[in-house]
Design a protein around this ligand. Structure first.
Ligand SMILES: NC(=O)c1ccc[n+]([C@@H]2O[C@H](COP(=O)([O-])OP(=O)(O)OC[C@H]3O[C@@H](n4cnc5c(N)ncnc54)[C@H](O)[C@@H]3O)[C@@H](O)[C@H]2O)c1
Ligand SMILES: [Zn+2]
Ligand SMILES: [Zn+2]
Length: 376
């Protein structure tokens, strides 16, 4: 079938993207789903900073590709051998297509499935196939999803079925920002009631960490960003206080206000500076949990001896350490009960044609989640 999609041919073009147009809206060919694959009609796709980092060339990818890895949609066709899904079902996308058979899948860590990492790097679906073409030229799949498009063919394990009464636009954000931010709190850090928590970087991912820290019963939730408006919203969503990372003496001010730092600090900014800040405000005995994905060349240095003497730990969190078929329904249930009001994080609904300007806004730090609605 033919469909409209946002194609990325070159990384690292200059800003503003509304002028350099790294994503071009083109008519591309999408082949039908093969064995173990499904065709979905994309209802909404969120603009995540990871897509922006791809556009900026901080994370090299096989080109051309169609980005987008956070979406909701409706199943339109199923390939042979697909179980548990039928046309008409509503789904949320998952950016790791777990094989279900490897050591990591078997150990309850499907978010780390190396089969998925390999197919991502190759620009294919989990099966090794490509279903996207521009005439004869193959287009690479992005995280097995490529949802900045009207339709997508994906592996069965790249989607989780959701209840049909959940608004699809709200559901889209669960595919990345909610799993990553809330999962970092619940699964990776395992925040317990009374914990002193900070979140550094209050974007779509970080705000979900704030919401989840509140659900987990954290006694203090310190919100840190470089934009004053983000601090104000975080406090409305449950943060107990806010600090600007750019304010001179901010680290000392936070350490003083918390009598020695935080038990758990979650870094969701995606920069080395933010990680250094997060480590500096972590208390002795505490954990710094990083979920940001900065430039692949960046290195983080720690004073080893002090780290030992203070029993500090550094943890990393990918897709919120989630088991998607278990955690997406759990997180949606929290949303249903008003505990994760993620609608507050939607900054706008935009048509495919506005995608480049949308990434300008994300890059300026002015917005949270913008939803691309291909049918607009
Ligand atoms: N680990 C994962 O599985 C995973 C999944 C999704 C996104 N990510 C990464 O998480 C990061 C956040 O994604 P997002 O979509 O929420 O981005 P975003 O652009 O919406 O938010 C980033 C926030 O960090 C703030 N910030 C920038 N520099 C800062 C600093 N030095 N100190 C404090 N705050 C700072 C910005 O003002 C902004 O509010 C990105 O690096 C993204 O690639 C990781
Ligand atoms: Zn993402
Ligand atoms: Zn696996």
């Amino acid at each position: 079938m033919r469909m409209k999609a946002a194609v990325l041919r070159e990384q690292g073009l200059p800003k503003p993207y509304a002028e350099s147009r790294p994503l071009s809206i083109e008519e591309v060919e999408l082949d039908p789903p093969g064995e173990g694959e499904v065709l979905i009609e994309v209802a909404a796709a969120g603009l995540c900073h990871s897509d922006l980092s791809t556009i900026e060339n901080l994370r090299p990818r096989k080109l051309p590709t169609i980005p987008g890895h956070e979406a909701s949609g409706i199943v339109r066709e199923i390939g042979s051998g697909v179980h548990g899904l039928k046309p008409g079902d509503h789904v949320v996308s998952v950016f790791v297509s777990a094989c279900g058979e490897c050591r990591w899948c078997g150990n309850g860590k499907p978010n780390l499935c190396p089969t998925s990492t390999a197919s991502k790097a190759a620009g294919t679906l989990a099966s090794g196939a490509r279903r996207l073409r521009l005439a004869a030229e193959p287009i690479n799949h992005y995280s097995g999803l490529s949802v900045f498009a009207e339709f997508a063919v994906v592996a069965r394990n790249s989607v989780v079925r959701i209840d049909p009464d959940i608004p699809l636009e709200t559901a889209a954000i669960f595919g990345c920002a909610v799993m990553t931010g809330a999962g970092a709190v619940f699964n990776t850090a395992k925040v317990t009631p009374g914990a002193l928590v900070a979140v550094v970087g209050l974007g779509g991912v970080g705000m979900n960490a704030v919401l989840a820290a509140r659900v987990a019963g954290a006694a203090r939730i310190v919100a840190v960003d470089v934009q004053p408006a983000k601090l104000a919203l975080a406090q409305e969503l449950g943060a107990t206080e806010g600090f600007l990372a750019t304010e001179p003496g901010a680290v000392e001010a936070i350490r003083d206000a918390t009598s020695g730092g935080l038990d758990i600090v979650i870094e969701t900014a995606g920069s080395l500076k933010a990680m250094e800040f997060a480590y500096a405000i972590t208390a002795r005995g505490g954990s710094t949990v990083t979920a940001g994905l900065p430039d692949v060349s960046h290195r983080f240095a720690v004073p080893l001896s002090a780290m030992v003497a203070e029993e500090r730990s550094i943890r990393a969190s990918y897709m919120g350490s989630c088991v998607a078929p278990r955690d997406i329904p759990m997180l949606l249930d929290l949303w249903r009960r008003g505990r994760l009001p993620v609608e507050r994080l939607v900054s706008g609904r935009i048509p495919l044609a506005d995608v480049n300007a949308g990434f300008d806004r994300l890059s300026e730090g002015a917005v949270l989640r913008q939803l691309l609605i291909p049918s607009l």
